[in-house]
Design a protein around this ligand. Structure first.
Ligand SMILES: C[C@H](O)[C@H](O)[C@@H](O)C(=O)CO
Ligand code: MN
Length: 429
């Protein structure tokens, strides 16, 4: 029997197994097809961007590793992304940071405009890839003391307010061009290494700055504002202005999308447990699916218990329409296209596993107080033939099955990435 016939047979047997639990595999695959993961551009170049500055990453963000082949121009980044998307089943989004505009000279962050992102908008249209966006409040001389929107200097605050306003306009233009909302996520690094004398003042300034940025009402069909909290960072170990409580309150009171990054809490705290709580009070949620190892280390997403729990919570709560799934990791110690493929495929596998769960049966057992049955079924689930369904899904989506994608990455690395030996400065691709 050919590989393809084997795969089909294994899939059919898997369908029967799931049917015996009352799970309709085709229905699960139909739902999975609609899940668009927002793939983060910054894994492709170690969060350097195209501003043409020295590229030094600041404000608590750190990328470790020196694997060759980093994308240095928009053309290279797009080429790498095209390969990555071809290895991932389904249609996915691109999450762009403001520092990835195409600038033909120095343009400061408060002066960026949609013209600097037209290349991305055109590329997105040609690829059928919808865009999300992020203002960049880091790696800039006006953020060098760790403060931006909460800065005590009103001039610096104004500069960053203007950056936020400019980014909202760009995001709205992207959304209008693609015909669906561009999620525009605000993360600011503001915080202190050591204990503050006033925790209150910077928080009041941050809220006031954000209110100014969001003062103009934009069409929600074009852009949605999201706000991302953080517990601590390198250099902001004692205090982060935009804490979870700060943004939870801000998002609820201003009807904003809340962003939960899996690496932004205490190391033993998980975001999966937060989803059903926050969804009671905020309209929509953005996730930065990441993997912290001992700290917010932004490791490539692997198929962990927490990844599975996050996707289970989204599916069990019937939140697929209100949760935007984005990724946030940056690993420079392995091939960067492989990092995207591994992390995104894992996120999708976890969504598939959640869609294949006999949720109604489990919840009925729970309502009946049959916790023995609940635990037994949850554990038996773990041995179900998920891999057979995943392989079938990849094959029917026209992307490599199993580890076959790695051959494509290796061939691309040999032909393309390995030729990128010398660094280039500000290059418009
Ligand atoms: C580059 C991203 O915006 C950044 O990772 C942010 O989302 C974050 O998580 C900072 O820790
Ligand atoms: Mn994040």
């Amino acid at each position: 029997m050919s590989n393809s016939a084997n795969l089909q047979k294994t899939f059919e047997l898997a369908v029967e197994r799931y049917e015996s639990l009352g799970v309709n595999v085709q229905h699960a695959l139909d739902r999975l097809r609609d899940v668009a993961i927002s793939v983060h551009c910054w894994q492709g170049d170690d969060v350097v961007g195209f501003e043409g500055s020295d590229g030094a990453l600041g404000n608590g963000l750190a990328v470790t590793g020196n694997y060759p082949g980093r994308a240095r121009t928009p053309c290279e980044l797009r080429s790498d992304l095209e390969l990555a998307y071809s290895l991932i089943p389904g249609k996915h989004r691109l999450n762009l940071h403001a520092l990835y505009g195409e600038f033909d000279g120095p343009v400061d962050r408060d002066a960026i405009g949609v013209e600097h992102f037209q290349g991305w908008i055109d590329w997105g249209r040609s690829q059928g890839v919808n865009l999300d966006f992020n203002p960049s409040y880091f790696s800039h001389e006006k953020a060098s003391d760790g403060f931006t929107l909460a800065h005590s200097d009103s001039g610096i605050r104004q500069f960053w307010i203007d950056h936020g306003i400019a980014c909202r306009k760009i995001a709205a233009a992207m959304g209008a061009a693609q015909g669906n909302a561009c999620v525009n996520n605000f993360w600011v690094p503001d915080g202190w290494k050591d204990s503050p004398a006033s925790r209150k003042d910077p928080r009041e300034r941050l809220a006031a700055s954000l209110d100014e940025i969001f003062a103009e009402k934009l069409d929600a069909a074009h852009t949605l504002d999201a706000v991302e909290c953080k517990l601590f960072g390198i250099g902001s170990e004692s205090y982060v202005v935009g804490s979870h409580e700060f943004y939870m309150g801000y998002a609820i009171s201003r009807n904003k999308v809340l962003c939960l990054d899996a690496g932004h809490f205490h190391p033993t705290e998980v975001i999966s447990d937060k989803i059903s709580s926050v969804m009671m009070y905020v309209p929509e949620l953005l996730l930065h699916v990441s993997r912290g190892v001992r700290w917010d280390s932004d490791h490539v997403v692997t198929y962990t218990d927490e990844l599975q729990s996050i996707m289970q919570e989204i599916v069990r709560g019937d939140y697929l329409d209100r949760v935007h799934i984005g990724l946030d990791f940056f690993d420079a110690s392995i091939n960067r296209v492989a990092a995207w493929a591994i992390g995104t495929r894992n996120a999708l596998k976890a969504v598939l596993a959640a869609l294949l769960e006999p949720t109604e049966t489990l919840q009925q057992l729970e309502r009946d107080g049959d916790y023995t049955g609940r635990l037994a079924l949850l554990e038996e689930q773990k041995m179900m033939p998920l891999g057979a369904v995943w392989d079938y899904y990849c094959q029917s989506a026209g992307v490599p099955v199993g580890a076959e994608w790695l051959d494509k990455v290796r061939a691309y690395e040999a032909a393309v990435q390995s030729q990128r030996s010398c660094e280039v400065g500000a290059v418009v691709g």
